[in-house]
Design a protein around this ligand. Structure first.
Ligand SMILES: CC(C)(COP(=O)(O)OP(=O)(O)OC[C@H]1O[C@@H](n2cnc3c(N)ncnc32)[C@H](O)[C@@H]1OP(=O)(O)O)[C@@H](O)C(=O)NCCC(=O)NCCS
Length: 380
């Protein structure tokens, strides 16, 4: 049958290069991930989340005064319109935090000072605002649903420390702050992953930043993407609850042709470089908090899945045990991913709009042959 398209695309667009970008470099064969060319290992060892945001949004590392200025601007944006807090209060207590976040981010547009603007400078301001606000929304909704009072933001704290303060009601230890800070750096960007692609597609219609980020949050939620970290913890919890042997539990899942959350990757064919750091963090934090079981179980599962299926752990596998021992609820794991990834999404939206063209691919038509005649209702 004739077709207007000339090529057939691989399922899931595997291997397709869909845009040019200067934000994130990945070499899936060698396990390399770099933001603006700077290796993720160097950033995890030496940087902080605010500096990583600067790097993503402005294309280079900040000088001291520039970093201070961005930290100040992020802290100044730590406020939510009372209507947003009201929206969080009115959400059902049973609502998934990820659904609440998606709805609240969409609603933030009503109260944004740059609501009708879509130029580069306005979008940088929106990036800063959304980064401050998303963390606050995640923390505030968790407290509201638990009947706890809201905690004032502390402008003197880092983004990571302020988030933990507003979530838990007390200033975090230096170890907890640094652990979350590193996790935020590691999750900040990942090239054209599903949620970032969704954000760019929305932005490319000349919609707006809030629409693009709302699209991205919807895409992140799924268990094949950001939702995997919660799914990992559900597996770990089930093993503990059922007093099961971790390896037998996973063997059984594989026997039922189930996918093991936290394993496999479309791009990496070797160790996901983010997993290297999260594994070490999980080990250290689990031991320090006298909950070594989560790490030990994870390690056994990782060894087994690697041997049995030749699949490597991805970013989500060890982030589950890491977040758990940081005191973060299981259904906040994916929202916490968004607390970080807003930085990368915004960088991609800004890049898209700086040199925009509508993203509108084609589909290879495989339906009934044309012309397939319309038959009136009485004759069907
Ligand atoms: C990440 C992921 C979506 C990549 O998907 P993909 O590139 O489309 O790869 P596929 O799902 O086609 O998997 C290829 C093969 O590996 C197997 N596989 C991939 N990930 C697997 C997993 N986590 N557990 C068991 N088998 C897995 C698939 O069953 C498939 O096997 P088959 O060829 O025998 O059918 C996939 O690995 C996955 O679903 N992982 C679990 C969810 C997850 O951790 N997501 C977060 C990613 S950062």
């Amino acid at each position: 049958m004739s077709s207007v398209t000339t090529t057939q695309s691989p399922k899931g667009l595997e291997g397709i290069v869909a845009t040019n970008s200067g934000v994130c470099y990945i070499d899936g064969e060698r396990g390399v991930l770099a933001y603006r060319g700077i290796d993720i290992h160097e950033l995890a060892d030496h940087s902080n989340f605010e500096e990583t945001c600067y790097l993503l949004w402005f294309g280079r590392l900040p000088k001291r005064a520039e970093l201070k200025d961005l930290q100040h601007r992020l802290a100044e944006e730590r406020r939510l319109d009372p209507a947003i807090l009201q929206l969080l209060r009115e959400a059902p207590k049973s609502a998934l935090p990820m659904d609440v976040l998606r709805t609240a981010v969409s609603a933030l547009a009503f109260y944004d000072a740059d609501n009708r603007k879509n130029d580069h400078e306005a979008n940088v301001r929106k990036a800063i605002r959304l980064t401050a606000q998303i963390a606050m929304i995640v923390a505030a909704y968790d407290r509201i649903r638990k009947g706890k009072t809201l905690v004032e933001a502390d402008k003197s704290l880092s983004h990571a420390a302020n988030f933990l303060l507003q979530l838990n009601g007390s200033k975090p230890s230096a170890t907890a702050e640094r652990a979350l800070d590193i996790a935020l750096i590691l999750h900040a960007d990942h090239e054209l992953n599903a949620s970032t692609f969704a954000a760019r597609v929305t932005a490319a219609t000349l919609s707006d930043m809030h629409s693009a980020i709302t699209s991205a949050i919807g895409a992140l939620k799924g268990p094949l993407h950001g939702g995997a970290n919660e799914a990992v913890f559900r597996v770990l919890s089930a093993i503990v609850r059922e007093k099961a042997d971790p390896v037998e539990y996973i063997r059984n899942m594989l026997g039922q042709k189930k996918k093991i959350p936290g394993f496999g990757h479309r791009v990496y064919h070797t160790e996901d470089p983010r997993a290297t750091h999260l594994r070490a963090m999980s080990r250290d934090l689990c031991r320090a908090s006298a909950q070594p079981v989560w790490f030990e179980m994870s390690e056994k599962i990782e060894k087994f899945v690697k041997a049995e299926k030749k699949l490597n752990a991805n970013v989500d596998f060890y982030s589950a045990s890491t977040y758990h021992v940081l005191g973060i609820e299981e259904d906040l794991f994916t929202p916490v991913f968004a607390v970080s990834r807003i930085s990368g999404w915004a960088a991609h939206v800004i890049e898209q709009l700086d040199d925009n063209r509508l993203i509108r691919p084609r589909a290879e038509y495989q339906g009934p042959e044309y012309p397939n005649r319309y038959v009136v209702l009485e004759k069907r």
